[in-house]
Every structure is written in structure tokens, then in C-alpha cells.
Design a protein. Structure first.
Length: 112
């Protein structure tokens, strides 16, 4: 695992993994609730939106994805980094997402 993030309510834990998956865990029992697949390389970082309805993921495949936690599907896919994306973070109001890459750039994504 590369990264862990708690949901805003503390009930769900998301993990980012070398095996290209993101898993959601029930935090108190440690039970796996869901597995997301969609990145073609390791997932390096995950972050919950402030409202807890979306999960962002960053990957070695140079992309950032937004996962809708109600439909359990990828709803947005961001490209623009030229090397692996190491980290993602939401703004406090959830209107923007920042991603940082091994290419030395930080990108701010809006209109989420």
C-alpha cells in the first residue's frame, strides 16, 4: 500500500495500492467493502472529498481519477502530468483538487 485516507466521517478507510487498485475498508472492523480498478499502474495516493461523496486517486500511469462513491464508478479522468502522479489533495471547500507529480509540477483541477 502506498497511501491511506479516512473518510470525513471516519467510518471508511481508502487504500492505494501497488496492485493498481483502490480498496474501501470499514474502518472499525477492517472488512473490505469495495475494490476499484481503472488505473493501469500503481495507485500512489487517495483523498476523500470534504463531503465524503467522491474519492480522488493518483497513479503512476500519470493520471488522476475521481470515483463516485454512490455509483462506485469513475466519473472523471484527468491527464496532463508527464510522469507519475504521487499525491492528491482536495481544497477545504471541495471545489478544487491539487495533484503533485514526479515531473515536478502541481496541477489544480476545478469544476469537479
Amino acid at each position: 500500500m502506498w497511501s491511506l485516507a479516512y473518510s470525513p466521517n471516519g467510518r471508511i478507510l481508502a487504500s492505494a495500492s501497488e496492485d493498481k487498485t483502490i480498496k474501501l475498508w470499514e474502518a472499525s472492523a477492517g472488512q473490505c467493502l469495495a475494490t476499484f480498478q481503472g488505473h493501469s499502474q500503481a495507485v500512489k495516493s487517495v483523498a476523500f472529498s470534504p463531503d465524503g461523496l467522491t474519492l480522488a486517486s493518483a497513479s503512476s500511469d500519470n493520471t488522476v481519477k475521481l470515483w463516485d462513491l454512490q455509483t462506485m464508478r469513475c466519473r472523471r479522468h484527468f491527464t496532463g502530468h508527464t510522469h507519475r502522479v504521487n499525491t492528491v489533495a482536495y481544497s477545504p471547500d471541495g471545489q478544487n483538487l491539487a495533484s503533485g507529480s514526479y515531473d515536478g509540477s502541481i496541477k489544480i483541477w476545478d469544476n469537479l
